[in-house]
Design a protein around this ligand. Structure first.
Ligand SMILES: *[C@@H]1O[C@H](CO)[C@@H](O)[C@H](O)[C@H]1NC(C)=O
Ligand SMILES: *[C@@H]1O[C@H](CO)[C@@H](O)[C@H](O)[C@H]1NC(C)=O
Length: 358
């Protein structure tokens, strides 16, 4: 349609004069009543976050949130003597669920918040019902957590993080010729092999049609080293990023290992729509996209023989970097930032079990 120029026609000197007076009046009102725009923004109070347990009992040094993530005003401590003064306590589910560690003592200090921290799926989150009506904030991989931090996410290249934060952000590169002709076809890394898992029955069907190299406890051993999986996957066209159980938003580091290595992830997990919140639609192949496992296998073999079609699944890469949050330092700093933001609010987690299983 046609748009009308905003001040067309009657923009006469008299109106102009009124407009200027009006603007000056507004400026004067602002000057008197609003905070000085040149003053620095009001300081939020600094907060202390108490780490109640090191997740899975594995001690790790606590990070400096300012130095690593430019999050200021946060003191992290794992010294329980800080409990009476702590603004918040972050409590990892596993240790309290196995009753290895008690909850902090009640009554809790005034205005202190308790944060429920968990990155396992509901299938591996035992005894949730014991912790109803206790927590104030949730932190998990679920997008609807009070404090949301996924296993990984893409950052558009042009917004690539600067400073020390970029240390944890890996630029992807667009596909090279050799990426369409990698020597090996499909890899799978699995540590917990259980016949009851959907991923194992998928594997049994898939291997009737394509060769799958299996690594992990039941397969070939993995090379040693922190990024060994990523290194290994660089030789493969496809990686089976199959979650151990299927739940809302439950997408783990398996996906990001494949993405980093430039192997196209074949995913089994939540529906395609969930993955599309994290990746361009063509960046992964979803098991649900095919009526049968044989169709899936045919598609993979077809892509191997037709690099032009494979390109579609890799071309998006040049535009992004991957950020993989570091367990657990980044989680603690992110939680601390959220505590600062919600300081004057009362928060209560309702129906923890119902929510987490939904
Ligand atoms: C392996 O999977 C089974 C079946 O889901 C589960 O009961 C068990 O806790 C899992 N083991 C580990 C170490 O995750
Ligand atoms: C935290 O949760 C508890 C239990 O639901 C509640 O009694 C308390 O008021 C909450 N505190 C804050 C600061 O939100």
């Amino acid at each position: 349609g046609r748009t009308k120029a905003p001040f067309s026609g009657n923009w006469n000197p008299k109106r102009r004069c009124h407009a200027i007076l009006g603007f000056l009046f507004l400026l004067w009102v602002c000057f008197i009543y609003l905070p000085d725009p040149f003053a620095s923004p009001p300081e939020e109070d600094p907060v202390t976050l108490l780490i109640w347990t090191h997740p899975f009992g594995e001690y790790r040094e606590l990070p400096d949130c300012w130095e690593l993530y430019q999050i200021d005003g946060c003191t992290l401590t794992d010294d329980e003597r800080a409990y009476p003064e702590a603004d918040a306590v972050i409590i990892h589910h596993r240790e309290i669920a196995t009753l290895n560690v008690d909850l902090p003592p009640e009554p809790r200090p005034h205005a202190q918040k308790w944060i429920w921290l968990n990155y396992e799926s509901p299938s591996h989150t035992p005894r949730l019902w014991l912790f109803e009506g206790i927590f104030n904030l949730t932190m998990s991989y679920r997008t609807d957590s009070d404090i949301f931090l996924p296993y990984g996410y893409l950052v558009p290249r042009e917004r690539a993080l600067t400073g020390t934060r970029s240390r944890f952000t890996h630029p992807l590169r667009g596909p090279a010729h050799s990426d369409f002709r990698r020597p090996r076809l499909v890899a799978w890394v699995v540590s917990n092999w259980s016949e009851s898992h959907a991923r194992v029955s998928l594997f049994h069907k898939l291997r009737r049609f394509v060769h799958v190299d299996v690594f992990g406890r039941v397969g070939r051993s993995l090379p040693k080293g922190s990024d060994s999986v990523v290194q290994l996957l660089r030789r493969y066209l496809f990686y089976l990023a199959l979650e151990n159980s299927l739940h809302t938003d439950y997408i783990t580091e398996k996906l990001w290992n494949a993405v980093l290595a430039g192997a196209v992830p074949v995913v089994l997990g939540p529906p395609r729509k969930s993955y599309e919140r994290f990746l361009p639609p063509e960046a992964f192949i979803h098991v649900d996209d095919f009526t049968t496992v044989q169709d899936l296998a045919r598609y993979l073999l077809m892509l191997r023989s037709k690099p032009a079609l494979m390109r579609r699944h890799l071309d998006w890469r040049g535009r992004y970097s991957v950020h993989r949050p570091v367990f657990w330092g980044e989680h603690f700093c992110t939680a601390c930032k959220a505590v600062r933001k919600s300081k004057d609010r009362t928060d209560v987690v309702k129906d923890l079990t119902l929510w987490f299983h939904s």
